[in-house]
Design a binder for this molecule. Structure first.
Ligand code: ASP
Length: 300
């Protein structure tokens, strides 16, 4: 048993010029989370710290720099799960919070598991989390992408639904010294999404899952497909009989593709501190380190 941490920065058609920012951003986030673990911190704090680093990095579709919805606003979803207690916290459709994962943490610590939109923001204010203007989450790059989408709306190709391209959702799974496992996911959702649309990321079981008895997982990709196969729970449930998380990650993504034609990626850590990941998109930004490794491996 050892400490371990893996992050993803989204799966999709990450363009050439975005590869380095995604890879380096994932590495920085993993470093921040890893420091929490190596100093004896718990898995939940490590996940939260790593996800906040990526929410604050405009390279990713989470926090500042997220894709804009059709109405030109950013709305954010996030989830966090504690594998020790199975406590979970999630928020969706949040427009005035800089770090939705920190708000998901407060929900996890409350009597609720899921708060949305205005109610989630009211709860944030009650908990002393500053409410910001939505404009503070919008970057010039994302406003330009939104204007292109408005001029040429993506979405349908005849009768077939084409998932809106997008990538940059972030997630993290960590195992701490005490063997506790936590997982978290945060996103601005799909590019140019319908107002009110929520994907898999804040759904416990689909976008995130953690159970100390088995492991933890965070998903990314086409949210509607991931939701229908409850991907994160599907993967964690398969972590039995000492099976290798690398095989489980591959099997989960194969299941996503075969059963619902889905595209995306997943990161996993098991109770022994082993990690795995898989994706069926052109790229997925990720970074990981487990006890005994000299340094973080970051790839995209
Ligand atoms: N899964 C996210 C969603 O559907 C998007 C992503 O992972 O890129 O909202």
């Amino acid at each position: 048993m050892g400490i371990a941490l893996i992050v993803h920065g989204g799966a999709g058609a990450i363009e050439e010029h975005q590869v380095v920012p995604h890879r380096d951003g994932a590495r920085r986030a993993a470093q921040i989370g890893w420091e929490v673990l190596t100093k004896g911190g718990n898995a939940l704090d490590a996940v939260q710290a790593a996800v906040i680093a990526m929410e604050d990095d405009p390279a990713f579709d989470a926090g500042v720099g997220s894709f804009l919805d059709r109405d030109g606003k950013v709305s954010l979803d996030a989830s966090l799960m504690d594998g020790r207690t199975l406590d979970a916290g999630a928020v969706a459709g949040v427009q005035r919070v800089k770090n939705p994962i920190a708000l998901a943490r407060r929900v996890l610590e409350s009597e609720h598991t899921f708060l949305i939109a205005r109610g989630a923001e009211e709860f944030a204010a009650e908990k002393g989390i500053a409410l910001i203007e939505n404009a503070a989450l919008r970057t010039p790059e994302q406003i330009a992408i939104w204007e292109q989408c408005r001029a040429n709306p993506p979405g349908r190709d005849g009768a077939r639904y084409v998932p809106l391209q997008g990538f940059g959702t972030v997630g993290c799974v960590a195992v701490d010294r005490a063997g506790n496992i936590a997982a978290g996911t945060s996103t601005g959702g799909m590019k140019f999404k319908r107002v009110g649309r929520v994907g898999d990321s804040p759904l416990i079981g689909a976008g995130v899952y953690a159970d100390n008895a088995r492991g933890g997982a965070s998903s990314t990709g086409w949210g509607e497909a991931i939701t229908r196969v409850v991907l994160a729970k599907y993967a964690v449930d398969a972590l039995v009989d000492d099976r290798d998380p690398r095989d489980i990650a591959r099997a989960a993504i194969e299941h996503l593709a075969r059963r619902v034609g889905g595209t995306g990626g997943i990161i996993i850590a098991d109770a022994r501190g082993r990690i795995g990941f898989a994706f069926n998109t052109p790229r997925m930004a990720r970074a990981f380190i487990v006890e005994g490794m000299a340094e973080i491996v970051a790839e995209c």
